[in-house]
Structure formats: structure tokens, C-alpha cells
Design a protein around this ligand. Structure first.
Ligand SMILES: Nc1nc2c(ncn2[C@@H]2O[C@H](COP(=O)(O)OP(=O)(O)O)[C@@H](O)[C@H]2O)c(=O)[nH]1
Ligand SMILES: [Mg+2]
Length: 462
């Protein structure tokens, strides 16, 4: 039976307005990507009913009607584990969502009423939102594409502070006596690669960020494969020509060959298949976590981010723009877990984030990519309070630590520029990790998720 004409025209118009957007959620490991995506899906599903999204006009005006999960187009990619994440948050006591171990994807269909209504505008329209979550460890392999083995070796072994070096002692001892020109001994290389991977894992545990190769930390299907049996060679004293002339079975040539293979067969396909065609990106940075962890970790985060975003440096010719262009048209950078500091510190947090990313931001502006910097808490775990002390009122945070202890804290002032040595000695910074709050309501409590949503998708809901 034919549809009535009116219905048909209506459907056609509605489809004509349907839009699609691909959003990549990126950041180093522990930056808060899984929490961000879980909250994003949660807020959109409860938009218009329970979610507090005043900074997203479509929601504030009641035009955002809701969101449904659809089957994703990419059958080979795991689905983002939203339900398990929500189940953890609703547990007693609430838990943070389990860390994700690979790339995942989720397709949401948002239904909204267009803001401007002409007689041709349909009543409602759809925005299909494809969301991508990448393991931070794999993302860190991006800068590795810009190197050859010698320059990569140098980038990985210079400027390492004493705390970080101490975690690599086994590897450092072994590699010290390794002659790049000697004939490669398979067993020895495997042993040293294992020691290197162990160092990386310990560094990750200890809160360091600048960790390559990423697959040593999260090997996925490559666990135990020879392609993961390499490591950088520190202090190469031979000239590039002399190195290039070493025989194919030398230590240098063998490691160099594995490095190349890793670049070509592991890193490149990952970016080609999963990391190319998206329209918008948000980069999440745990600035406060690094501030809390002290100067060496902070410097390490800064180095990792510079490296990661160096790919933006050359505008049109950069690696990222070659991979993404011309479609990425908006970028957000966000300092996550803002609920770890009192609200009046939030502007300082944004300025610190901008200071941390000063170089890449300059290049992005030059390349004319619109960027917004903000601070947010995807899943707010504290409540802002005021305390009186000797007649003076001051801000404080109330939350429950991971061990279940209720605390009232003032974590410290966030510096508005890169911390000086004096900051670390005189002032410092200290806050505990909080457990998520119990969420009696459907929508998760957050800070500025709506501002992030407005920047990332708001214009598509107009
Ligand atoms: N207080 C607070 N902690 C958060 C928030 N988001 C993430 N976290 C903490 O950071 C940890 C890592 O977050 P996750 O989303 O798994 O990071 P990912 O590795 O980037 O996916 C979580 O287990 C939480 O402890 C937030 O909005 N507020
Ligand atoms: Mg994750």
C-alpha cells in the first residue's frame, strides 16, 4: 500500500535534514575518556528530561528529544561498553567504569526539533553521532610515525628524569653493554625487549605519560609477537652513515628493521583504518592528576602532549592534517576531573591547560582549526562546599575517597602558568582520588559536559 503523499513528503524532508557527525574522543591513558563517553551518552539519553544541560541550547530550549543507540556500521570494532559502565556507577558502593582495553565505537541517533521552522522544515530531524574511543596507549604511537629508528631512540632516551630512569634499571643495565654493531642474539634481544616493556609498565603505574611504543603496554592481539621485540638504543655514537652500513644481522639493523615493521604494520594501519575520517575531536588531559604527581610527571605529560600534537604543527603538511583533512573542522581540548578542585579554580585550570598546550595551540590557530579550551568533570564525584575557619569563609570539596572515607578538603590553588620550581617546593598540590557519588537519578552529575557538547555538536542541532 502506498503511503499518503503528505507522509511521503514529510519523510523525505526529514531525511533531507538528517545529519551525521563522527567524533573522536582522544587523550592519554587515564585522561578520562571512558568516563567522558559514558557521561556523554548518558546526558544525551536523558536530555530534555533529567539531564542538566543548560549550556546546550537545543536541550535548554527543549528541542533535544532524546537519543537512541543504533547498530554501528563497523562490525569489526567492539561496541563501547556503556551498559557495563553505568552498572559500575550504579553499584553499591559506586565504582568507576572498568578501563577499556581496545578501540571501541558507539552510534547514537539524536532526535531534535530544528530551531528555525519554515513551512518546508520538518517537525523533527535526526543527528547520527558516531563516537570513537581509542586506548591512549595506542594513540601515543602517532608521534612515532615521524621518526626513523635513530631519531626515535634519541627521543625516548634523552631528558629522562631520575625517577623515571629508576624504573628502567634492568633494561638500562642490559643495554649499556650492548654493541649496536655486534651480531644480534635473538634471545638477548627478546630479554631486553621484555625488560623495556617492564620498564614502560612500571612507568605507567607510577603515573608517567610519555610511553612508547604503546603496544608494549596494551599489546592486543600482538601479545608475544616478534614485532614487539625491539627497544630504543641510547647514546648511539656512530654516524648515520656508519649505522646505515652495519650488516643486516647486526643489533642495530635488526632493531631498526623491527621498528620499521612496527611503524608500517601496526601503527599505520591503525590510523588508516580507525583514525582518519572524523569530523570533530576532543582531546582530554588530566592536568590535575599530573599536578598532583609532582614536577617530573608533569614535565613528562607536557612532553607526551607536545609530541602527540606536534603532528598539528605544520598546518596543511602535518601528519594529522594529512590524515584527517579536510574534514576535521572543530577541536576541543579539555582539562578533565575538574571536580578535584574548588569551582573558583576552574578558570585557572583552563589557563594552565592552555599554557601546557601553548605551542600546539598556536599552530592550530594558524592552521585555522577552531579550538575551544575548557575544564570539565564528566562524572562529578565531589560537592563544592564552604567552610568557616576563624571567621573566614573559604571554599572546600566534600567527597568520598576510594577507600570509603568521607573527607572535606581544599586541594590547593591551581597555577595559571607552567609551575615554577618554587611552586613545587613551597606550594605543591594534593588531593585524594574520589569514588563516584551515588546517582539516585538517571542522569549523571557533571561539570560543563553541556559546554563541551555545545561546542562539539550544538551547531548540528540548530
Ligand atoms: N573525580 C573524577 N574522577 C574521574 C573523572 N573522570 C575520570 N575520573 C578518574 O579517572 C580514572 C580514569 O578514567 P577513564 O575514563 O577510565 O580514563 P581513560 O583511560 O582515558 O579511558 C577513573 O577511573 C576515575 O578514577 C571525573 O569526571 N571526576
Ligand atoms: Mg578508557
Amino acid at each position: 500500500m502506498r503511503m499518503p503523499l503528505r507522509q511521503e513528503v514529510h519523510n523525505l524532508l526529514e531525511r533531507g535534514r538528517d545529519r551525521q557527525l563522527r567524533l573522536a574522543v582522544t587523550g592519554l591513558s587515564q585522561a578520562g575518556k571512558t568516563a567522558f563517553l559514558t557521561s556523554l551518552v548518558n546526558q544525551l539519553r536523558h536530555a530534555g528530561v533529567e539531564a542538566k544541560l543548560d549550556l546546550l541550547p537545543a536541550a535548554r530550549e527543549g528541542r533535544l528529544l532524546g537519543a537512541q543507540r543504533l547498530n554501528q556500521p563497523d562490525l569489526g570494532v567492539p561496541r563501547f561498553p556503556y551498559d557495563p559502565g553505568m552498572a559500575a556507577l550504579r553499584d553499591t558502593p559506586p565504582r568507576w567504569p572498568e578501563p577499556t582495553r581496545g578501540i571501541s565505537e558507539l552510534r547514537l541517533q539524536l532526535r531534535y526539533r530544528p530551531a528555525r521552522r519554515g513551512w518546508l522544515t520538518p517537525e523533527t530531524a535526526h543527528l547520527t553521532l558516531d563516537l570513537f574511543d581509542y586506548p591512549g596507549e595506542w594513540l601515543l604511537d602517532l608521534p612515532l610515525l615521524q621518526h626513523d629508528f635513530a631519531s626515535w631512540s634519541e627521543s625516548q632516551t634523552h631528558h629522562q628524569g631520575p625517577q623515571r630512569q629508576a624504573l628502567f634499571t634492568r633494561w638500562l643495565e642490559g643495554v649499556k653493554t650492548l654493541d649496536p654493531a655486534a651480531t644480534a642474539d635473538e634471545a638477548q634481544l627478546a630479554e631486553l625487549a621484555d625488560a623495556y616493556a617492564e620498564g614502560l609498565k612500571r612507568a605507567k603505574q607510577a603515573g608517567f605519560s610519555d610511553l612508547q611504543p604503546g603496544r608494549f603496554l596494551l599489546p592486543g592481539e600482538l601479545e608475544g609477537a616478534p614485532v614487539l621485540q625491539f627497544f630504543p638504543l641510547p647514546a648511539l655514537s656512530l654516524s648515520p652513515e656508519a649505522l646505515a652500513a652495519l650488516p643486516a644481522d647486526s643489533v642495530y639493523a635488526t632493531l631498526s628493521e623491527r621498528f620499521r615493521y612496527y611503524q608500517q604494520q601496526v601503527v599505520r594501519p591503525f590510523y588508516r583504518e580507525h583514525f582518519r575520517r572524523f569530523d570533530r575531536q576532543i582531546i582530554l588531559v588530566d592536568v590535575l592528576g599530573a599536578l598532583n604527581a609532582g614536577p617530573e610527571r608533569f614535565e613528562d605529560l607536557s612532553r607526551a602532549l607536545r609530541q602527540l600534537m606536534k603532528s598539528f604543527d605544520y598546518g596543511q603538511r602535518s601528519l594529522l592534517s594529512r590524515l584527517f583533512a579536510p574534514r576535521i573542522d572543530r577541536l576541543a581540548i579539555a582539562a578533565t576531573k575538574a571536580d578535584h578542585v574548588t569551582p573558583e579554580q576552574h578558570p585557572a585550570l583552563v589557563r594552565l591547560l592552555e599554557a601546557l598546550l601553548a605551542e600546539p595551540l598556536k599552530d592550530l590557530r594558524f592552521a585555522n582549526v577552531p579550538v575551544k579550551a575548557l575544564s570539565l568533570a564528566a562524572i562529578r564525584a565531589t560537592e563544592a562546599r564552604e567552610v568557616s575557619h576563624e571567621g573566614k569563609r573559604s571554599p572546600a570539596l566534600r567527597g568520598t575517597t576510594l577507600d570509603g572515607e568521607e573527607v572535606l578538603v581544599y586541594p590547593g590553588d591551581v597555577p595559571t602558568s607552567l609551575p615554577s620550581p618554587a611552586f613545587w617546593t613551597s606550594q605543591g598540590f594534593d588531593f585524594p582520588s574520589f569514588r563516584p557519588m551515588a546517582t539516585p537519578q538517571e542522569a549523571l552529575a557533571h561539570i560543563r559536559m553541556d559546554a563541551a557538547l555545545e561546542w562539539l555538536i550544538g551547531d548540528k542541532l540548530a
